[in-house]
Design a protein around this ligand. Structure first.
Ligand code: HEM
Length: 425
């Protein structure tokens, strides 16, 4: 694999640059499969669509997850599990996230969206300043909490759950191998364990909420027949669903509002596509979500480890190589997408306007480890936006100057706004 000149890596390090700058340089100079060296071993960056498809969808047996740091928080949950355990765990949850299973969660998603819309109506009435990012986080957390437990998120639980993003934020700076949490992180983890314990006990004794059993009840049922589902594993799945299911959706919705601020015509077009509640409106709003995910795929890097030797796009990959798939750069490559710097939701509406090469669009990953919550995420985003977009336009007081490239790519700073009325066309 062609490797980036070490002098360039040193310059980048000296300049205190973001990882994305290093990746973009490797991609621009060396192409869609490129290596760079931060330590003794090279890391291979994969952005060419065929290679993305190969790693994620065609050879998932060879390119495996390791998730050392994440395990501290999510333990053996689905996101980190491998082998037979992963297969078993995926089967248990899969039925809830496709077709008929998803219907069980429609009500909860709608209720969370109505609750958020009512909050926005109150902010608008009072001329109050809100933080759009915070609001989107609250909505996503409420949605997943209702889906897990059957109950809306109460203020006490919301406060306790702040421990989850606190641990997520601390993860990248922890040592990668054999980690034991210490200090503040250990205290946050203890809070998360206590909260999970209470939620599991409540689901066991009080049973389901008004809309029938939630995801937590499905996990408890699995424990009846499958001894692997210990209380520890149920805790791990609960935390996994909280982590995987809220930050990604929340940042996507936040980016979407920031993008609409820059491209107001996109909002007008979506609202003009059809009447409220019509399939045309629904499709147009979903296209906004897809184009946002092309611009800012919140899971911007998908790390893998080569478990054996392979040939990737004509290059030899040795067993033990770290591989980073980066959909973010694939989505912005002019060789793959036409005019990629332009926010243009119509690509996802008009047939033939977007690339069909496998691997060219992968905000939810690809292959067997692709996002379990894809339909759920699209549904909750679209339902919320169908409430908010026709009613309010956020006027941002300031917008973050750049993105922060951590575990997810998110706006680097607060997003204060007041809400204005939508001009009717
Ligand atoms: C996995 C993205 C929302 C649950 C993934 C992966 C991506 C992703 C890229 C694959 C990671 C990899 O291959 O390394 C997103 C985005 C979302 C979103 C962009 C929102 C816009 C959700 C929601 C849930 C969820 C709402 C749950 C309710 C999961 C789980 C996995 C996963 C459990 C692990 C699946 C497995 O390994 O079998 N997600 N996700 N995600 N996601 Fe999502």
């Amino acid at each position: 694999v062609p490797e980036l000149d070490p002098a360039l890596v040193r310059d980048w390090q000296a300049g205190g640059g973001e990882l994305i700058d290093l990746f973009a340089q490797a991609r621009a100079r060396l192409g869609g499969v490129a290596a760079f060296r931060l330590g003794p071993h090279p890391t291979v960056l994969v952005t060419a669509p065929e290679a993305v498809q190969h790693v994620l969808a065609l050879r998932p047996d060879l390119y495996v997850k390791r998730s050392h740091r994440a395990r501290l928080l999510i333990g053996d949950g689905l996101l980190a599990a491998t082998g037979d355990a992963w297969q078993r765990q995926r089967r248990v949850l899969q039925s809830q996230f496709t077709g008929r299973g998803m219907r069980r969660y429609e009500q909860r998603i709608s209720e969370a969206a109505r609750t958020a819309a009512a909050r926005w109506a109150a902010y608008a009435r009072d001329g109050q300043v809100l933080d759009v990012g915070e609001e989107m986080r609250r909505f996503a957390l409420d949605t997943i909490w209702r889906s897990l437990t059957g109950h809306p998120l109460d203020p006490g639980t919301e406060r306790e759950l702040a421990a989850v993003p606190a641990v997520v934020a601390a993860l990248p700076s922890l040592p990668a191998d054999g980690v034991a949490a210490q200090g503040a992180v250990a205290a946050e983890l203890a809070r998360i364990d206590a909260l999970s314990g209470r939620a599991i006990a409540a689901a066991r004794t009080a049973g389901a909420g008004p809309h029938g059993p939630g995801l937590l009840h499905v996990l408890l049922e699995a424990a009846d027949t499958s001894p692997e589902y210990t209380d520890r594993l149920i805790r791990d799945e609960l935390v996994t669903l909280l982590v995987a299911g809220h930050e990604t959706t929340a940042t996507t919705l936040t980016w979407l509002h920031l993008l609409l601020d820059r491209y107001p015509q996109a909002r007008e077009r979506a609202l003009a596509a059809g009447a409220e509640g019509s399939p045309e409106r629904h499709r147009a709003v979903q296209a906004l979500v897809h184009e946002t995910l092309r611009f800012y795929p919140s899971a911007w890097i998908l790390p893998r480890h080569a478990a054996g030797d392979d040939v990737l796009a004509g290059y030899a990959i040795e067993a033990g190589t770290d591989v980073l798939v980066c959909p973010y750069l694939t989505h912005r490559d002019p060789g793959t997408w036409e005019d990629p710097g332009r926010f243009d939701p119509d690509r996802f509406l008009t047939p033939g306007r977007r690339p069909t090469r496998p691997g060219s669009y992968a905000p939810f990953g690809l292959g067997p480890r692709a996002c379990l919550g894809l339909q759920f995420a699209l549904r909750e985003s679209t339902v919320l936006l169908e409430h908010l977009l026709p009613a309010h336009v956020p006027h941002f007081h300031s917008v973050p100057a750049k993105a922060a490239y951590g575990l997810t790519v998110r706006p680097d700073g607060p997003t204060p706004a007041t809400l204005g009325a939508v001009a009717t066309i």
